[in-house]
Design a protein. Structure first.
Length: 115
């Protein structure tokens, strides 16, 4: 049941990302930041969902979409890509996820100390 609940957003994100990528003709793993910034704003979070799931392919986490994390990552990637249009979108995405995950771990440690 959970898998079905999370699979639908992944499928929708994949379709939206595919539509955005259709104009580009490059695999998303080879996109520059300029390619990502050129995507319509409403589809950017969907591209991030899809690219994140694609990056985690073959791992159990790939079947779950981290919506809260994606909401934090997307503005970071947009900001970083606007600063460096020729940079790798893929690298900016990975860097943003690393930052968000590190921040989350730090927050968890603070909460544990308070308990």
């Amino acid at each position: 049941m959970k898998l079905t609940h999370f699979a639908l957003p992944l499928i929708i994100a994949a379709v939206a990302a595919s539509a955005a990528a259709a104009e580009n003709k490059k695999p998303v793993a080879k996109w520059t930041c300029e390619d990502f910034v050129g995507v319509d704003d409403q589809f950017k979070p969907k591209v991030v969902y899809w690219a994140t799931a694609y990056a985690k392919g073959g791992k159990p986490e790939a079947s779950v979409v981290d919506i809260e994390g994606t909401e934090k990552v997307t503005p970071i990637v947009i900001d970083e890509c606007q600063k460096a249009p020729q940079a790798s979108f893929w690298q900016k995405l990975k860097g943003a996820w690393a930052k968000v995950e590190a921040d989350t771990k730090a927050e968890m440690k603070k909460m544990e100390k308070k308990m």
